[in-house]
Design a protein around this ligand. Structure first.
Ligand SMILES: Cc1cc2nc3c(=O)[nH]c(=O)nc-3n(C[C@H](O)[C@H](O)[C@H](O)COP(=O)(O)OP(=O)(O)OC[C@H]3O[C@@H](n4cnc5c(N)ncnc54)[C@H](O)[C@@H]3O)c2cc1C
Length: 422
């Protein structure tokens, strides 16, 4: 068993903590040299679970890990294109939204270009212990890993993403029958390509529709059914006037709002980020279904205003009980696999809830404007804890996205620098 001491430990080397690493290298090089990021996977891959070749990012490449904080940074997406020899070709593509795989490669390039911050892979943090000194103030964090090793860190930045949402009816099914979108690309590759499979895809938003398209390419003999709670698939609702809510300035504004103000904004913005599908993907799906009918093929079926009320496994696979939300009538659907496009749990991830309990914060963590968790002693504490990507309730609709990461990282670095001066 090994143990390491670091000044700053980042859990997760996804875009949020990589943006932090970049900001530390540029704004606080001494702190950067004492920073370690630990990542449970063996490499840096963005959205490993839905890394579908044709899928594109939904935000502008200008919202990379650095540009909005420092357009002259060497870590910008434009510099990545320049260094990998694709700047001209990307311009000819004429888009602001790169392929998801290209963003993923950009993140890998950033991780490999860091000069001071260290990144260690295949290290899964399994336990975080707050350690107090004799006065009761938080002195440091003791983080345990699945291989038995530990890291002692003065400050901790948790950016592990959100927990997948598995609706109640599917929780009792055997794991091999259920594939959540967060593991789609990895698990679908393990299924035999030419064995006919009955596939039920659950959900009416982007991830469900991406899976229903992709599974027909991955398993050409499958017969998919898309089960949608709403009355039909609809596009994201946004406009040039509401786009500003995806900016760092809006996070600042949102943080200063009353609870009612925050509810108003999140309520009105919900359809710009959740429960929608890109217009291009909707179009492509509709054309596909139309062509199938033209060719007399059964093809994809879409069941709208339908919810799954029960799911059970028997000798013939999985039996789903469906309820028509219009008539209340129940029916059955048989399948071999259930693909869940049911999104992510809006609550704090389990690892953060567990830590909040250890910190004696039974109501859950509350963060400052600088994303620092308010602890019981707060200013008396020597060790700080920051959360990235899970603060939609206090910092607005963009918090889980790439949109504000570059600027958010600078906010956290500013707070860390103030701690270093204490
Ligand atoms: C399919 C999909 C498409 C998306 N497309 C967009 C988009 O186009 N634009 C956009 O802005 N946002 C998009 N998002 C939102 C996405 O959440 C953000 O873009 C971004 O990935 C969030 O970064 P993060 O670093 O906070 O979390 P993540 O990207 O989830 O990264 C967290 C990292 O932490 C690691 N980790 C977790 N737990 C541990 C642990 N215990 N120990 C060690 N490592 C751990 C994970 O392996 C992962 O690498 C998309 C999300 C999904 C699911």
């Amino acid at each position: 068993m090994t143990s390491t001491d670091v000044g700053i430990l980042g859990i997760g080397a996804g875009p949020a903590n990589l943006a932090l690493a970049v900001a530390l290298e540029e704004l606080a090089p001494e702190l950067a040299a004492d920073t370690l990021l630990v990542e449970q996977s063996e490499n840096t891959v963005w959205q490993r679970g839905l890394l579908i070749p044709w899928a594109q990012s939904q935000v502008s490449f200008l919202k990379d890990l650095a540009t909005l904080r420092n357009p002259r940074s060497r870590f910008t997406f434009v510099n990545y294109l320049h260094e990998t020899g694709r700047l001209d070709d990307f311009m000819s593509l004429g888009t602001f939204t790169p392929y998801r795989s290209e963003i993923s490669d950009y993140l890998r390039w950033v991780a490999g270009s860091l000069e001071r911050v260290r990144v260690q892979y295949s290290r899964r943090a399994v336990r975080i212990e707050p350690v107090r000194d004799a006065s009761g103030a938080l002195a440091h964090w003791q983080v345990g890993f699945s291989d038995g090793s530990t890291v002692r860190a003065r400050h901790l930045v948790v950016a592990g993403g959100r927990d997948p949402r598995i609706p109640q009816p599917f929780r009792g099914l055997p794991a091999e029958r259920v594939i959540h979108s967060s593991e789609y690309s990895v698990r679908i590759a393990d299924l035999p390509r030419d064995v006919p499979q009955r596939i039920a895809v659950i959900g009416g938003a982007q991830s469900a529709v991406e899976m229903v398209q992709a599974v027909q390419e991955a398993l050409p003999t499958c017969s998919p059914v898309l089960v949608v709670r709403g009355i039909g698939l609809t596009p994201y609702v946004s406009s040039k006037f509401t786009g500003r809510f995806y900016s760092a300035a809006a996070s600042e504004e949102f943080f200063g709002m009353t609870a009612q103000g925050r509810d108003l904004v999140l309520g009105e913005m919900a359809r710009s980020n959740y429960s929608g599908v890109t217009p291009e993907l909707l179009d492509s799906l509709y054309h596909q279904m139309y062509r199938d009918r033209l060719d007399g093929k059964e093809g994809l079926r879409v069941l709208t205003a339908t919810e799954v009320v029960a799911a059970a496994e028997d000798e013939d696979g999985v039996l789903l009980t469906l309820r028509d939300r219009g008539t209340g009538a129940e029916s059955e659907l048989r399948c071999d696999r259930v693909l869940l496009g049911t999104g992510y749990d809006p609550a704090m991830p389990a690892v953060v809830r567990d830590l909040a309990e250890r910190l004696g914060l039974p109501g859950g963590p509350e963060v400052t404007r600088s994303y620092r968790v308010r602890t019981a002693e707060d200013d008396g504490d020597h060790a700080r804890l920051y959360l990235q990507g899970v603060n939609e309730a206090t910092h607005g609709i963009a918090d889980s996205l790439l949109s504000t990461m570059a600027v958010r990282a600078a906010d956290i670095v500013g707070d860390l620098v103030s701690a270093a001066g204490e």
